[in-house]
Design a protein around this ligand. Structure first.
Ligand code: NAD
Length: 363
C-alpha cells in the first residue's frame, strides 16, 4: 500500500529515537512491499527557533493531509521559563485539537525479560498486559478557568457525546482483546463522573453485551494498579484521571523509554509518540531508549494503516531483541553492556522478518 507519514521529531531525544522509528518504518515498507513516504517537519521548540511557531502552518497542513503523524518529543529548559512567550506544548495541544485526536491509547505490557526492571516486585508485574484509553480533549483541562484575588476555579464539563465516543473506542478495543473493560470515575463525588458511569453502562450493555464491564473509583484504581495490575485488560477514563493513572501504569514496565502511545480521532489518522518527554538530561549522547518510539510505529501500522501483520512483526522484533538482552542504559545496565540508541535500533532491525519468514514453519 501507499501511505504518507508526517514525521515530527521535535526536541531533545526526540530526533534520536525517531531516527530509529523511521528506520523501522522504512524496513517494514521494504520487507512487506509497501510505499511509505516519510516527510520530516519542524515542530516544538525546534520550530520556535526556526519558524517562530511551535506548530508552523506547513507542518499542520502536512499532518492534515498525511495518513499518520509520527512524533518524537517536545520541550526543554530553553522554552520553559514562566514568562516564555511561546511554548512547545502549545503546538502539541493545537495539533491534537486540529486532528480531532480525542482518544489516547497507552498499552502497558511487561516483557518477560524485564520483570526485574520495574520498581515493583517481579511477581506483581509478571504477565501484565493492559491498555489505557484516556479521553484527551475534554474535562477539566479544557473547561473555563477563572482567577481573582479571592481564589481560582477550573470547570470540568463532559457532554454525553464526548463520553459515548471514547467508550465506544475502548469497548471495541476490549472486544478484540480479553473482553474486559474497566471504567474509572469518581461517581461518589462528581456529577460529570455520574454521567460518565450512566453513559458507559448504557453504551456497553446495548452495543457490546458480550463485554465484562466494571466501574471503579479513581482512588481505588490507583491502588489496584500497583497491587494486582494483571487484573486489568482495557481501562477507560476521563482526561485528568487518565493523565495521572497512565503515568503510574507506565512504571509497571520498568522504563518510560519503553512505552508507546496513539492518539486517535474518528477517522483513521492518528498521532503516534513514545510517552516520554524530550529528556534534556541525556539528549545528544545517543543513549536514549528507542523502543517506545519503535513500538509507536507498530501502533501506527496497526491503527492508521490497518497493517496488522506488519505491526505484529515489528512488536515481535522488539520482544526478541529484549529477550536476547538488547538493553539501553535505562534498563538495568548491570545486565551487560548498555546499547546505544542506534545499536538498539539495529537489534530490532536485525530481527525484523517479512511475510515469507512469517509463513515459514518454525525449525
Ligand atoms: P522526560 O520523560 O523527558 O524524562 C524523565 C526521565 O526519564 C529523565 O531522567 C530521562 O532521562 C528519562 N527518559 C525519558 N525518556 C527516556 C528514554 N527514551 N530513554 C532513556 N531514558 C529516558 O520527562 P521530564 O524530564 O519531566 O521532561 C523533560 C521535557 O520534556 C520537559 O520540557 C517536558 O515538558 C517535556 N515533555 C514532553 C512530552 C511530549 O513531548 N509529549 C511529554 C512529557 C514531557
Amino acid at each position: 500500500m501507499k501511505a504518507r507519514v508526517a514525521v515530527l521529531a521535535g526536541d531533545g531525544i526526540g530526533p534520536e529515537v525517531i531516527a530509529e522509528g523511521s528506520r523501522c518504518l522504512a524496513a517494514v515498507a521494504r520487507l512487506f512491499g509497501h510505499d511509505f513516504e516519510l516527510t520530516a517537519l519542524p515542530f516544538g521548540g525546534a520550530a520556535i527557533e526556526s519558524e517562530g511557531d511551535p506548530l508552523p502552518k506547513e507542518t499542520l497542513a502536512a499532518c492534515l493531509t498525511s495518513d499518520a503523524v509520527l512524533l518524537g518529543a517536545i520541550g526543554g529548559p530553553k522554552w520553559s521559563a514562566p514568562d516564555a512567550p511561546l511554548r512547545p506544548e502549545a503546538g502539541l495541544l493545537r495539533l491534537r485539537k486540529e486532528l480531532g485526536a480525542f482518544a489516547n491509547l497507552r498499552p502497558v505490557k511487561v516483557h518477560p525479560a524485564l520483570t526485574d526492571a520495574s520498581t515493583l516486585r517481579a511477581e506483581v508485574v509478571r504477565g501484565v498486559d493492559l491498555l489505557f484509553v484516556r479521553e484527551l480533549t475534554g474535562g477539566i483541562y479544557f473547561g473555563d478557568k477563572r482567577r481573582d484575588a479571592e481564589g481560582a476555579s477550573d470547570v470540568c464539563t463532559y457532554t454525553v457525546s464526548e463520553i459515548e465516543r471514547i467508550v465506544r473506542v475502548a469497548a471495541r478495543l476490549a472486544a478484540g482483546r480479553r473482553g474486559r473493560l474497566t471504567s474509572i470515575d469518581k461517581a461518589n463525588v462528581l456529577e460529570t463522573s455520574r454521567l460518565w458511569r450512566e453513559v458507559t453502562q448504557r453504551i456497553v450493555s446495548r452495543e457490546f453485551p458480550l463485554l465484562t464491564l466494571d466501574h471503579m473509583l479513581v482512588d481505588a484504581a490507583a491502588m489496584h494498579l500497583i497491587r494486582s495490575p494483571r487484573d486489568f485488560d482495557v481501562l477507560v477514563t476521563e482526561n485528568m484521571f487518565g493523565d495521572i493513572l497512565t503515568d503510574e501504569a507506565s512504571m509497571l514496565a520498568g522504563s518510560l523509554g519503553l512505552l508507546p502511545s496513539a492518539s486517535l480521532g474518528s477517522g483513521r489518522r492518528g498521532i503516534y509518540e513514545p510517552i516520554h518527554g524530550s529528556a534534556p538530561d541525556i539528549a545528544g549522547r545517543g543513549v536514549a531508549n528507542p523502543y517506545g518510539a519503535i513500538l509507536s510505529v507498530a501502533l501506527l501500522l496497526r491503527h492508521s494503516l490497518q497493517l496488522q501483520a506488519e505491526a505484529a512483526a515489528l512488536e515481535r522484533a522488539v520482544a526478541d531483541a529484549l529477550a536476547q538482552g538488547a538493553r539501553t542504559a535505562d534498563l538495568a545496565p548491570e545486565h551487560g553492556r548498555a546499547l546505544s540508541t542506534r545499536e538498539a535500533g539495529d537489534a530490532v532491525l536485525s530481527r525484523l522478518r517479512g511475510p515469507a519468514a512469517e509463513r515459514a514453519p518454525a525449525r
